[in-house]
Design a protein around this ligand. Structure first.
Ligand code: LER
Ligand code: MN
Length: 273
């Protein structure tokens, strides 16, 4: 397992509260590498506005991987979600997501789908919302598959989503969806709120678990709340999870210190013995 940190690309304004590190985008990459992170998860709005040649050069120079591109800035900054009462918003959300899939294919990254899915309640009857969600994610998955990209669907707590709150619900949705390039992202902050059992959520997800977000019970850096990270890592080891653990948490006490505290706490727990 390797550690990553969520950073926002330069065009993302305002920076979402769960993206870390301060300074210019290029300074954030430098800082991530200097702290010891192996990866950066990019929260991006518009790949056209990112100097992707420079990005690839810098990632290679710093030895950083991009495990995932996050869609969370699309709802946060622009109010764009796959489910929405306004058809224009739904269409623009899909267009943006496809652009992120293209960027992900250049970087060998996944694309995450968390709050970007939107609310069932915005689509009228819940049954209609669910059908629309499956259509949207299915269509995006097909675009992604053609480019060799995987999507990671994230269960979110009940205060942030009215569909797919737990691993079991998301797995049932994946079963219906029938797209092998869609898997799961578990975020410890949401897991702590919704899952009947932390270990069981991981074991249930098993080989469909492709990505992890880190945040303590209060969404502060690991070690600043009461989420049982050691127990969580044991569960991840028991299913042979070898992916990234990506810090997506509140920038407290500040964006640099939050990243440093996360690295310090998690790297100790990951050390063998
Ligand atoms: C939202 O709380 C979250 O965890 C993000 O990963 C969603 O896009
Ligand atoms: Mn998350």
């Amino acid at each position: 397992m390797k550690l990553a940190v969520v950073v926002a690309t330069p065009e993302v304004q305002p920076v979402p509260p769960v993206a870390l590190l301060s300074g210019s985008f290029w300074q954030k990459l430098e800082k991530a590498a200097a702290l010891g992170f192996a990866g950066v998860e990019l929260m991006c709005l518009d790949p056209e506005q990112v100097d992707r040649q420079r990005l690839v050069r810098e990632l290679s120079r710093l030895g950083l991987t991009v495990p995932a591109i996050g869609t969370g800035a699309l709802p946060f900054c622009l109010g764009l979600t796959l489910l929405h009462a306004d058809e224009g918003v739904r269409a623009e959300a899909m267009r943006r997501a496809q652009a992120l899939v293209e960027m992900a294919s250049e970087l060998g990254a996944m694309v995450t789908i968390g709050s970007f899915r939107g609310w069932l309640s915005s689509m009228g009857r819940p049954e209609d919302g669910r059908v629309a969600l499956a259509e949207k994610i299915g269509a995006l998955a097909d675009v992604a598959a053609a480019r060799g990209v995987r999507l990671a669907l994230e269960p979110l707590n009940r205060y942030e989503a009215d569909v797919l709150n737990t691993a079991a619900q998301a797995l049932a949705f994946l079963e219906e969806l029938g797209r092998p390039n869609v898997g799961l992202l578990l975020d410890t902050f949401h897991v702590n709120i919704e899952e009947p059992s932390i270990g069981e959520a991981v074991r249930l997800s098993g080989p469909r678990l492709w990505h992890v977000h880190l945040g303590d019970s209060n969404r502060w850096p690991p070690g600043c709340g009461h989420f049982p990270f050691a127990q969580f890592l044991d569960a991840l080891r028991s299913v042979g999870y070898g992916g990234f653990l990506s810090a997506e948490l509140l920038a407290r006490p500040d964006p640099d210190e939050a990243a440093r505290l996360t690295y310090e706490h998690m790297s100790k727990l990951l050390k063998p013995g």
